[in-house]
Design a protein around this ligand. Structure first.
Ligand code: CUA
Length: 413
């Protein structure tokens, strides 16, 4: 085949491939892709720490863009100017070669150093800024301790801050006051994890036997997605959490509710039987939340703070009994309902008031709750609720047991 024919065939094929690729890309992406405002976007941010990190990204992009334009232009210019135009050109002697030009060499070194300095100044400023709460805001800072465990997060609010008799402990959903700096002490219970809320701040490692910390501030009330960002074992990818930022009054109300013991449901004449059979044919990686929840998660969170309209007190009481008889309480704390539990496992005192379960992976609704307590191995491989093919402590649950346990856990607002 002649060179020309080969080239034109190649050009045609590569054009077709490019068109096909672009079409596939376009059909696969929704508008959100172009807005770059996904749940874990670092491009559309909601707080000063993430904003300063984003500005470093832009500075680096602009500097490299300028370098790309300069190098690309020189390359294009020389390629076009010195290309062989005839058979004679192809066999011509190469022009006289240069052997170093101190001015050009020093100039290029100087330009490279300048480019690095331009990147280094905002980078160092941002590192300084993200390291700790700025001095002028320190007095106003709220403090929370976050502990990473395989594969969930525990959040503790110091007693002096929540004006209660003891520290307030919750799991997987960090509720913070909006517009106020929050300093987070980062701890790890087992291996190294990393704390990251892309729209607010991060990532900083949580290292066993070492006290790291970061700070963040949410500009306004909102609902944010968090993710462990350091490989920490089987279920690292599904070690998530949520951050809910609330206005001052709403935040105080939340603290007051959380400080209280677990809720007990009294029998009412309005009660309706909640017996329902839940799906059992769950598949690995099946989506765990509904579209409605994704559209407005903050409203979903607010709705979760209210008890269900028609609660079946008898069923809930049966669930509470099962929680004890099936030994769930030997790992999980339900403050005020039974003595037991350990800080090594998620605190369930107010689990019904969370929007998610299984460390931010599934929406907290009866269906997903039943999925989680019957198929924890599928949702989060390697987790401690499932040992050698059985629920921990060799717990066996009938369909009715599951219904009652789900009703009980959902009532814990
Ligand atoms: Cu924890 Cu990755």
């Amino acid at each position: 085949m002649r060179l020309n024919t080969l080239l034109s065939t190649l050009t045609r094929w590569s054009r077709a491939a490019l068109l096909l690729g672009a079409t596939a890309l376009l059909t696969g992406c929704d508008l959100n892709f172009w807005k770059m405002d996904g749940h874990q976007s670092t491009m559309v941010v909601n707080g000063p720490v993430a904003r300063s990190q984003l500005s470093v990204f832009y500075v680096t992009c602009w500097v490299t863009f300028v370098i790309f334009i300069i190098v690309g232009s020189v390359l294009a210019y020389t390629t076009l100017k010195f290309q062989a135009r005839s058979a004679d050109d192809e066999h011509a002697e190469p022009p006289e070669q240069g052997h170093g030009n101190p001015l050009i060499e020093l100039g290029l070194i100087g330009a490279s150093v300048m480019a690095l300095v331009v990147i280094a100044i905002p980078t160092l400023k941002a590192i300084w800024f993200t390291y700790d709460v700025p001095v002028e805001e320190k007095a106003n800072a709220y403090e929370v301790t976050a502990t990473g465990s395989q594969w969930w997060f525990r959040f503790e609010y110091p007693a002096e801050q929540v004006a209660g008799s003891g520290a307030l402990t919750t799991s997987n959903e960090l509720v913070i006051p909006a517009g106020r700096p929050v300093r987070i002490n980062l701890r790890a219970a087992d291996v190294i994890h990393s704390f990251w809320i892309p729209k607010l701040a991060g990532k900083v490692d949580m290292i066993p036997n070492r006290g790291n910390f970061l700070w963040l501030k949410a500009d306004e009330p909102g609902y944010f997605w968090g993710q462990c960002a350091e490989y920490c074992g089987d279920s690292h990818a599904v070690m998530r959490f949520r951050v809910i930022a609330l206005g001052p009054r709403e935040f105080n109300d939340w603290v007051t509710r959380q400080m209280g013991s677990a809720r007990t449901v009294a029998a009412t004449s309005e009660a309706k039987a909640q017996f329902a059979s839940y799906r059992t044919d769950w598949k690995r990686n099946e989506k765990g939340y509904s579209e409605k929840f994704e559209l407005n998660p903050l409203d979903a969170w607010r709705a979760h703070q209210e008890p269900e309209k028609h609660e079946d007190a008898a069923l809930i009481a049966k669930g509470r009994e099962l929680f004890q008889s099936k030994t769930c309480f030997s790992c999980h704390v339900v403050r005020g309902h039974m003595v037991g539990g350990s800080s090594a496992y998620p605190d369930l005192t107010h689990v019904g008031a969370r929007t998610t379960i299984a460390a931010g992976l599934l929406e907290n609704n009866p269906e997903q709750l039943s999925r989680w307590i019957t198929h924890p191995d599928q949702v989060k491989p390697g987790n401690k609720m499932y040992v050698n093919g059985y629920l921990a402590n060799n717990i066996k649950l009938s369909a009715d047991d599951v219904t009652a346990l789900v009703a009980y856990l959902s009532s814990l607002k």
